[in-house]
Design a protein around this ligand. Structure first.
Ligand code: F0G
Length: 461
């Protein structure tokens, strides 16, 4: 088989800037060992997120010029609306400025004290919006999803038996929504099978619980279905997406991922009653319902990107590029989540750094080491992001200690990726030198964004 190549050529380039290892050591310390505080200019390869970091196509840039900036009823809105109706089959589309704005609106309406939102795994902003409403978010991930190194085709699946049990325990009336995240970002970018979505839908229908899809990475998930699920191998990704959305009552989406745009999001749904409530909130928070916090040009870029993302040459290259890094790391003995996810490589920091206890945040320590060694910025998805405290302020650790290296869409070439794997392997070979961290300052919610840390046991100067 021939090399799977990037299915585009480059028309415009953006320089990246080099720093020395010594400089990076100082930068990291000044950033309190938190990559969110590092200036992007000081990062060589930025794998912090695949969100909003996409390279738009020449068609999307042309769409930016075509954007209709009318306050109400702009042409770009109808292009956006029709595209989303087409893919999701949902008749109501509400634009928002990004995914979490959709979540905030949705959970302000359906959340509240005493309620539970069940999911395969909620992303952190989704969980935070649920908790902010007073409700509780509950992850019911399948067992194989919890074992990073054990490969399985659909590790993002929801545990259907656990769902039934939970409903019985808490009562369907207290569960206003079930959310399936595709792909399952916090669980390793792993896909959910069509079969699983169908089964979850059946349980939800029996109990009168609406099902929403967190659709950020729907195209990547649908391509995995095509590759791995029987009966879908010859179906176009568009048809697979149509089917996937057909089981849902609604969806939230961050267009910063699989719409290959730099900003944007939406809510789509069937219920007119819920949509009316959403629009009322939208108007006081985001904007008029035909732009919802976005410029007309953004709506245009999203509409075009949503079609480009389902191109199978693109998806083949996309999924392969993540698999390529994973294969190289596995061959070098680096513990990574398997199989490769759709948008990111997840390193198992617990196994990578067995000498660092979870309360010294091995994932965060590893992100620091990757930055110092090669100017690569990743993000911890472990106890800094998801850890809680018990009554004695003792850390209740997250299920896994992962470091995510998310690959922006259409941004880096194969040699960038080769460089990344070389750096990781180099760090792996001297992993014993890496030290644990402790928190010096943290906010009450979403602490990983702004927490300040230091080397464990070190005095602050
Ligand atoms: N849901 C999922 C599954 C996500 O991955 C994200 C964002 C959101 C919702 C929220 O969307 O950022 O547009 O408000 N994930 C980014 C990431 C931030 O890095 O994974 P948003």
């Amino acid at each position: 088989m021939k090399t799977i190549i990037e299915p585009f050529r480059i028309k415009s380039v953006e320089p990246i800037y080099f720093t020395t290892k010594q400089e990076r050591e100082a930068i990291l310390k000044n950033a309190y060992y938190n990559p969110f505080y590092i200036h992007a200019r000081d990062v060589l390869i930025d794998l912090l997120t695949d969100s909003g970091t996409n390279a738009m196509s020449s068609h999307q840039w042309a769409g930016i010029m075509e954007g209709d900036e009318s306050y109400a009823g702009s042409e770009s809105f109808f292009h956006f609306e029709n595209t989303i109706k087409d893919i999701t089959g949902m008749p109501i589309v509400i634009p928002t400025h990004q995914g979490r704005a959709s979540e905030k609106i949705l959970f302000s309406i359906i959340g509240g004290k005493g309620k539970y939102i069940v999911s395969n795994t909620l992303f952190d902003t989704t969980r935070a919006n649920i908790e902010f409403s007073g409700a509780e978010g509950v992850d019911l991930l399948c067992e194989e999803g919890k074992l990073p190194e054990v490969p399985a085709p659909f590790k993002g699946n929801m545990n259907v038996e656990a769902l039934k049990k939970f409903i019985k325990e808490k009562g369907a009336a207290n569960i206003p929504l079930c959310v399936i995240t595709v792909t399952n970002n916090s669980g390793g970018g792993q896909p959910v099978s069509m079969q699983n979505i169908k089964e979850v839908k059946k349980v939800c229908t029996e109990n009168n619980i609406p099902l929403f899809i967190d659709a950020c990475r729907f195209a990547e998930n649908c391509y995995f279905i095509k590759l791995r699920e029987k009966g879908y191998e010859n179906k176009p990704v568009f048809d697979i997406a149509r089917e996937l959305f057909s089981y849902a009552d609604g969806c939230t989406m961050s267009a910063k991922k699989d719409a290959i745009a730099n900003i944007g999001g939406f809510l789509a749904m069937h219920s007119k009653e819920l949509a009316d409530q959403c629009r009322n909130l939208l108007i006081i928070t985001e904007g008029f319902p035909t732009y919802g916090g976005l410029a007309g040009r953004d709506l245009e870029a999203i509409a075009i990107g949503l079609n480009e993302v389902m191109d199978e040459h693109y998806l083949r290259y996309r999924i392969r590029s993540i698999e390529y890094i994973t294969e190289k790391l596995v061959a070098a003995g680096v513990p990574v989540m398997q199989p490769a996810g759709g948008h990111a490589v997840y390193i198992d920091a617990k196994l990578f750094l067995p000498h660092i206890p979870v309360d010294q945040y091995p994932g965060q320590a590893l992100t620091g080491a990757l930055y110092v060694e090669g100017g690569i910025r990743g993000v911890e998805i472990g106890s800094l992001m998801f850890g809680k405290y018990d009554q004695d302020k003792k850390l209740i650790p997250a299920q896994m200690e992962l470091v995510r290296l998310a690959i922006p869409r259409r941004v880096y070439t194969q040699s960038h990726i080769d460089y990344v794997t070389e750096v990781i392997i180099e760090v792996f070979n001297k992993r014993d030198e890496i030290k644990g961290l402790e928190i010096v300052e943290e906010p009450p919610m979403l602490r990983h964004f702004t927490a300040k840390l230091k080397i464990a046991g070190d005095h602050m100067n």
